[in-house]
Design a protein around this ligand. Structure first.
Ligand code: TXA
Ligand code: MG
Length: 347
């Protein structure tokens, strides 16, 4: 299959009828897969009502079939067709954060969506992305769009169209290139099926913001306690890992430099993930800068691009600084820990 790439200049092209998006929407209607930008990461979309279309997503990504997909909508009116909203918190959260990087897990109405979307669960994950290209594409497709992140399973999520092409060229019908995404980490997934909402995956909307809008929110214990299984099927899989093994270091610059020196002495090629504030202090084979530590949202925005860029260097080992687990730092550390296979060095 030849993968078509459409480039959309968000400022210029969307003010007129945009033939690129019309073509992409037509392919979705023909039950093909199309990747598109959202405010978090690029998604790989297909018609959520059509089983063969949804099957193509799993095949292209090499995704395990027990890992359900997020359904993307452009208008709130689309929701009632396939999901039940009987939680007051869910209503408050939607009002406050949609469109935006928040996914809600709600009871699913049977018989509308392909059962492949929900992996047979009786709940469905839904979100309304805050990106003009995504919204216009979903509107024109005229169906709810199932879309996981548009990466090969196990790789970091794509924050640029070129990441999608690197992973999925020849495996999907097309990619709409709308430039780099803004948030950089995926949406926060919140289950609204019980009395109190539960965060199943930390992401672009922080716990603090959720609580301000809808009262107390819990965090799935399975995310931090390795003995407990996470409540969200996708959170058990290894993910985001660069080719070289990665370890997070809880320690200062000197501790990390000492580790780099040690490993290099053993003949290894060593990389380090740091931020602008400390860019000049490390001596290593690859020093990669990921945003500014004093603005964690810039670290989130650059994280996956930096993780992918280490693969160009054929490294033997990578050390990453750790980040405070507050605000979007929770999502950053959740993804880094997964990328590191939970390898943490206490220096
Ligand atoms: O920002 C995002 O959320 C991006 C963009 C493309 O929208 N999408 C994304 O999708 O990250 P994906 O498939 O990579 O992650 C979806 C997560 C998985 O961990 C999956 O297990 C979980 O949501 N999920 C989906 N449906 C669920 C359900 N019914 N119950 C619990 N977890 C669910
Ligand atoms: Mg993903």
């Amino acid at each position: 299959m030849k993968t078509k790439v459409w480039t959309v200049d968000v400022k210029r092209d969307l003010s007129t009828n945009c033939p690129q998006i019309a073509q992409a929407a037509r392919l979705l209607q023909q039950n093909e897969t199309v990747a598109f930008p959202t405010e978090t990461v690029y998604g790989l979309g297909a018609n959520a009502k059509h089983s063969e279309a949804v099957a193509k997503i799993y095949e292209a990504k090499g995704r395990p079939s027990d890992n359900p997909l997020i359904v993307h909508i452009a208008e709130i009116e689309q929701l009632a067709e396939f999901a039940e909203v009987d939680s007051p918190q869910a209503e408050m959260l939607m009002k406050r954060f949609w469109p935006g990087p928040l996914t809600l897990v709600l009871p699913c109405k049977p018989g509308v969506l392909s059962t492949r979307v929900t992996a047979g669960l009786d709940t469905v994950a839904v979100r309304m992305p805050d990106h003009p290209v995504a919204l216009e594409l979903i509107r024109q497709a005229g169906v709810p769009v199932a879309a996981p992140s548009a990466n090969l399973s196990g790789k970091p999520s794509p924050t640029k169209a070129e990441h999608v092409v690197n992973d999925l060229n020849g495996r999907i019908a097309g990619v709409v290139d709308g430039g780099p995404t803004g948030v950089g980490v995926e949406s926060t997934v919140v289950s609204c099926t019980g009395e109190i909402p539960v965060i199943l995956r930390p992401g672009g909307v922080t716990k603090e913001q959720l609580e301000e809008a809808a009262g107390p929110v819990l965090i799935d214990q399975g995310l931090t306690d390795e003995k407990k299984a996470p409540m969200s099927p996708g959170m058990k899989y290894t993910h985001y890992a660069p080719e070289a093994p990665l370890a997070i270091v809880n320690g200062g610059v000197e501790d990390i430099q000492r580790l780099i020196d040690q490993y290099q002495k053993d003949g290894m090629k060593v990389g380090v993930l740091t931020t602008e504030e400390r860019a000049d202090v490390y001596q290593a084979d690859a020093v990669r800068i990921c945003g500014r530590r004093d603005r964690l949202e810039t670290v989130a925005a650059g994280l996956y691009d930096v993780l992918r860029s280490f693969d160009e260097e054929r490294l033997d080992f990578i050390f990453a600084e750790s980040f405070p687990e507050e605000g979007v730092g929770r999502a950053i550390m959740n993804r880094l820990l997964k990328a590191a296979g939970h390898r943490v060095i206490e220096a």
